[in-house]
Design a protein around this ligand. Structure first.
Ligand code: NAP
Length: 664
């Protein structure tokens, strides 16, 4: 739980940007400091925005580099000129007009900001994401009738996506409740409290587009800081009265006579059934963990824990610790504890590509710039988005003509490989034994990459060893490897991931005619746009099949796209006077055929790509979205009427959250 006073103060500093009202800037000393320390590319875009000076843009643009090219620098005198020009503009009184760039200029600025062409298809999404053209507020749509008070929406989960659903449902005037199994909001970021827990998507990207946080302490946020962001959002939007905590949804059953969902929820006092006109399942894929199936593990005599259920009562100081798993969680926890344990044995089952990254503090002056220089935060975010998301998509596209399929899938992918290999070779120059064990033999991005923030350095410590021999079994005081070696340990930490294959989760979902989603899907889930399923009217998924942005990061944008789409579906149902909507089987089949075809050209189905949690046992990728975020954004603007079946007439349903609570 956060301190309410600091939460309130922080919530007040969340910015929705577009503040020409921040001009003119009177604090010249702070402005000078901010200009001196801020990134050239976003500053140039702010200058271009206010001055509309495309000549100066053309002069400086050739010196803007990508984040993978930090050595490319603009001449000092040109940067100085930018600072002076911008200083004059930002301090002039009256302030210059704050007018959104037109599509042509914006595209030019976007391309200059990342030193590569940005297609025109990005412009509408970025006009929205950057606050130049915020999404329409549904409640102000002309001719729209406010949702009937008895049309009820139930959201499952109060994590990143569930909270977003709550904000947008409130804004659109819907009655809703959020059912959350935990005692606090946050989902993944509430549950994962292991030491070193971090977000590996850049801070300035990983937020709601309408709630940028100018105060991120580091360029990659740690877990508690991201959780604090979500707490601030919850308070700012006063969402708590709509969240029912400590309550788990165990079943959603469609009632065909009333065209609504009967949702069974359980808490300490027992279970009960509530009704809803629509269900938005935002329960998240990364929280169903279990211990690995290793003989003897449960009989281990020391402390045993999973990263997703950290036992803070265990003091690791001076202990011999075994760490199972070398994905993102394993590397983060390993980094955090390597310095305090007596010995850390890292047990690697398979190799993950490590991408160099850094945990760098955001200078105070740059935080000030985000708060006070209009549009600076948005341009900073755009660059982070590009290099951590859609700008990386080409890297996962297979070039069938590529001459070295044994190590990469294209020239671009080969370049990313070189970039990573260079990092290994530099840091492990004196440890060829580690290099030999660590370097993957499949193309980079073939499974989820892991951020190397000091991990290779930590693996080189005297008190750390890396084992890549298979674990045979666990004894009371040791892990025994397949070659017979016994590693005596006091603590076993399992950073062994989640049961992502089970997309239905722990609840039962029963649709029309008693069809059971778990039985239908088994290990091969399919949905329309990853959001809706034939036979399950008004049941909406988030992070559903083939909708995860695994080409890089960007779950935040996927969440915004999906929640937008789901609300548009609700609007569509109401505008048609119907009770329910579901995609036709034909539309769902067509979408999945397109997905399968698109996947064929991408890295995960390359013959050299390893098995990973993206794929089911037969190698079909059931998680990843084979499209860029921008493509998915376009796909999710509005439901296509011809792809849906509407049914019934609107009939009230549901008990309010007050009733739910009263019943508990
Ligand atoms: P993960 O990526 O699934 O990695 C699990 C690791 O445990 C893998 O190295 C796996 O090896 C190993 N493992 C699994 N079962 C094992 C067994 N029986 N014996 C030995 N090793 C075993 O899980 P994660 O690291 O918790 O990450 C889960 C997801 O959350 C990922 O998408 C991750 O990137 C994400 N995550 C994100 C952040 C963030 O910053 N946004 C932070 C943490 C986690 P194999 O590779 O052979 O399966």
């Amino acid at each position: 739980m956060s301190d309410p006073a600091s939460t309130a103060a922080h919530a007040a500093s969340l910015t929705t940007s577009h503040a020409a009202s921040r001009l003119p800037i009177r604090d010249h000393r702070q402005l000078r400091a901010a200009l001196a320390q801020s990134d050239v590319a976003p500053l140039l875009m702010v200058y271009t925005h206010f001055a509309r000076d495309e000549d100066f843009l053309s002069r400086l643009a050739p010196f803007i580099g990508s984040i993978f090219d930090p050595h490319k620098q603009a001449p000092a005198e040109l940067v100085q000129e930018l600072h002076e020009r911008l200083f004059a503009l930002l301090t002039q009184d009256p302030a210059p007009p704050d007018i959104a760039p037109d599509a042509h200029l914006l595209q030019k600025m976007l391309s200059a900001a990342v030193a590569e062409p940005v297609g025109e298809e990005f412009v509408p999404m970025l006009l929205e994401q950057m606050g130049f053209n915020p999404p329409e507020i549904r409640s102000t749509r002309s001719g729209r009738q406010a949702p009937e008070g008895d049309f009820k929406v139930l959201v499952i989960g109060a994590g990143l996506t569930g909270l977003l659903a709550a904000i947008k449902l409130r804004e659109a005037g819907y009655s809703f409740d959020v059912i959350e199994k935990n005692p606090e909001i946050g989902g993944t970021w509430w549950e994962n409290t292991y030491p070193g827990c971090a977000v590996d998507t850049p801070s300035h990207f990983y937020s709601y587009s309408f709630e940028l946080n100018p105060d991120w302490s580091h360029y990659t946020p740690n877990g508690p800081e991201f959780q604090r962001y979500l707490l601030d959002i919850t308070d700012k939007y006063a969402l708590r009265p709509n969240i029912v905590f400590n309550t788990r949804v165990t079943e959603c059953r469609f009632d065909e006579t009333r065209n609504c969902w009967l949702v069974t929820v359980a808490d300490q006092s027992g279970s009960r059934v509530i009704t809803a006109n629509a269900v938005i399942n935002a329960h998240g894929p990364l929280n169903r963990w279990k211990y690995p199936d290793i003989q003897g593990l449960q009989e281990f005599g020391g402390a045993l824990m999973h990263t997703a259920a950290w036992d803070h009562s265990v003091n690791l100081q001076g202990k011999r610790v075994a760490l199972l798993g070398t994905g993102a969680s394993g590397v983060q926890v390993g980094n955090a504890i390597a310095g305090e344990v007596a010995h850390l044995t890292v047990l690697q089952r398979s190799r993950h590509w490590l991408m160099p990254n850094y945990y760098i503090e955001v200078p105070e002056a740059v935080r000030w710039a985000q708060q006070h220089i209009p549009h600076y935060a948005e341009w900073l975010r755009f660059r982070a988005f590009w290099f951590a998301a859609d700008g990386l998509f080409e890297n996962i596209r297979i070039d069938p003509q590529w001459a070295h399929p044994e190590r990469s899938i294209s020239a671009l992918n080969d370049g990313v490989r070189d970039y990573c290999v260079q990092n290994y070779r530099t840091k492990l120059a004196h440890r060829p034994d580690l290099l030999e064990k660590l370097l993957p033999d499949y193309p980079v991005f073939g499974k989820r990459i892991v951020m190397d923030i000091n991990w290779l350095e930590n693996l080189c410590r005297d008190n750390v060893s890396l084992e890549d021999t298979r674990i045979d079994h666990v004894e009371k005081d040791a892990i025994v490897l397949a070659d017979g070696r016994r590693i005596e340990v006091d603590v076993i930490v399992c950073a062994t991931g989640f049961d992502t294959a089970n997309m239905v989760g722990t609840m039962e979902v029963i649709g029309r005619g008693g069809r059971n989603l778990r039985n239908e899907w088994q290990d091969d889930p399919r949905a329309y746009l990853g959001v809706a399923i034939p036979g399950y009217p008004n049941y909406f998924l988030t992070v559903g099949p083939n909708s995860a942005p695994n080409h890089a990061g960007g779950q935040n944008i996927t969440s915004e796209s999906q929640i937008h789409y789901i609300l548009e579906c609700l609007e569509f149902i109401r505008s048609e006077g119907a009770a329910t909507l579901e995609p036709t089987q034909a539309a769902c089949d067509r979408f999945n055929a397109e997905v399968d075809e698109a996947l064929q050209g991408l890295i995960w189905l390359h013959p050299s790509a390893p098995q990973s949690y993206y794929k089911n046992a037969r190698g079909r990728n059931v998680m990843s979205c084979p499209y860029r975020l921008v493509d998915y954004w376009w796909m999710t603007r509005a439901p296509k009427p011809e792809d849906f079946e509407l049914a019934g007439e609107l009939i009230p349903a549901f008990n309010s959250s007050a009733a739910i609570k009263a019943a508990t």
